[in-house]
Ligand binder design. Structure first.
Ligand code: PFF
Length: 446
């Protein structure tokens, strides 16, 4: 079985795949809007601290367990368990992780479908297909259903091709394009009137908000969602890293890329919103806060692009290609979790597993599309606010309380022979053992 497992061919391949998982709608949409509605840079600082103090140690727990066990989340937690009870817990955590990540993908595919529709819209307008353009940008169940299916087909196709020829190949193509497009868009938006007001709204801190429990909860939720933690994604990607790789370093690079791109996205979204304001678009909701929900992406920004004239078509194309790329590199990492389990624990061939699970998730998405109001928010909140942080807590418990400490050190020593003398080994075990679980619980029960 081990021989048939995939492996990333290089550090760059892993970095692109893992940061591709981490960088998604959560960074480009969630982070900037969370920042704007939670006291600007006060949120940014809290987020940075939480991402490195809680997110990074939890990420490392997943990467280390994954690479050591070389298996999917269920099998991995099971194999580091030391007794019957912990094996049962391992099974439970692994399976709840699979269900959670599948549910995340089922709502993520809907939003990603909107991004694809808005990406096609400028092309339709270039071709003069006004009716089609209208259909693409009007929120209907039919449009949403069709684009869920299209998006899931892409996701399944990439996962069917495997770790190296699917995930790594596409992530190494798409991620550099994402960064390039993001930087170009920022540079362009900075030249427009109103951008500096947006920059101020983003970067001037309102420190009276730092002690607000809601800010802490939002920042923690954002950090765990953004780093794709708890649901086994990073554990599975960790299981495909070469034994020669220095894990603390590659983990830190993934966290840095994730946080860095979120901060960059803030430099785009907030200034763009204030540019929209300067051009007459309403950017505040009834309560006086910035529009942050779907309205931001599907009405405020498109209204801005429309006001820009001909260049607006190009800007819209660039922006929605950015969103589509970000979605796709995240969604493939989500699908990989149940697929790896089905291949390794259930003996299914990869293409069959990818197609069957892809169909089940697509049906779940369609169920949400056709029952949007009662289901969508519930699924989002349940998976990202309830399930993900708790699962992450349990993975930390496995790494620090159940797994043998010398085995962890041995694992880190691969690729980093001096590990036990380094800073990481002095701090991390204590962190995942005490600080992470207590902090997650504290914020959770707020
Ligand atoms: N990290 C992704 C984002 O920020 O959009 C979302 C995500 C990907 C969550 C993979 C969970 C996951 F397993």
């Amino acid at each position: 079985m081990a021989a048939a497992r995939g492996e990333f061919s290089s550090r760059f391949g892993f970095l692109m795949a893992a940061s591709g998982s981490a960088v998604g709608l959560g960074n480009i949409w969630g982070f900037p809007t969370n920042t704007a509605s939670n006291g600007g840079a006060a949120f940014l600082f809290t987020y940075l601290i939480l991402a490195f103090a809680l997110g990074y140690p939890a990420l490392m727990a997943e990467l280390i367990i994954g690479r050591h066990t070389r298996s999917n989340a269920v099998a991995a937690l099971n194999s580091i368990s030391t007794g019957r009870k912990s094996q049962i817990l391992a099974m439970g955590i692994g399976l709840v992780g699979i269900v959670t990540v599948s549910l995340i993908l089922s709502f993520y595919a809907i939003v990603s479908g909107w991004m694809m529709a808005f990406f096609l819209d400028p092309l339709a307008r270039i071709l003069g297909l006004t009716g089609f353009s209208e259909w693409l940008t009007t929120d209907t169940e039919l449009r949403n259903a069709i684009f869920v299916v299209i998006f899931m087909v892409f996701t399944v196709l990439i996962i069917t091709a495997g770790v190296k020829d699917g995930i790594e190949k596409w992530a190494t193509r798409l991620m550099p394009s994402l960064i390039g497009i993001l930087v170009l868009l920022i540079l362009y938006v900075f030249t427009l009137e109103g951008a500096m007001d947006g920059l101020r709204a983003y970067l001037v801190p309102d420190f009276s908000r730092v002690t607000d429990p809601q800010l802490l909860i939002n920042a923690m939720g954002q950090a765990f969602f953004s780093l794709s933690l708890g649901v086994g994604t990073m554990l599975v990607y960790g299981s495909y890293i070469s034994k020669d790789e220095n894990l603390p370093v590659v983990g830190a690079l993934v966290a840095l890329l994730d946080v860095g791109i979120a901060v960059l996205a803030g430099l785009l979204i907030l200034p763009a919103m204030y540019v929209a304001l300067a051009s007459g678009v309403e950017i505040f909701d009834d309560t006086g806060g910035l529009i942050a929900g779907p309205g931001l992406i599907v009405s405020v920004l498109p209204a801005l692009f429309n006001n820009m004239g001909a260049i607006g078509i190009l800007v819209a194309l660039a922006f929605f290609s950015l969103m589509t790329i970000a979605s796709l590199t995240s969604s493939i990492s989500m699908l990989e979790v149940p697929v790896a389990y089905s291949v390794e624990n259930r003996g299914m061939p990869r293409p069959k597993a990818a197609i069957i699970i892809g169909i089940i998730i697509t049906f779940t998405s369609l169920l949400i599309v056709f029952n949007f109001d009662p289901l969508f928010d519930w699924v989002v909140n349940f998976t990202t606010e309830r399930s993900q942080p708790l699962l992450s807590l349990f993975i930390c418990v496995f790494a620090a309380w159940i797994w043998r400490r010398n085995e962890i050190l041995d694992e880190i020593r691969h690729g980093s022979p001096e590990a036990e003398h380094g800073l990481f080994w002095k701090i991390w075990p204590f962190y995942v053992k005490f600080i992470c679980p207590i902090a997650i619980l504290a914020v959770y029960f707020q």
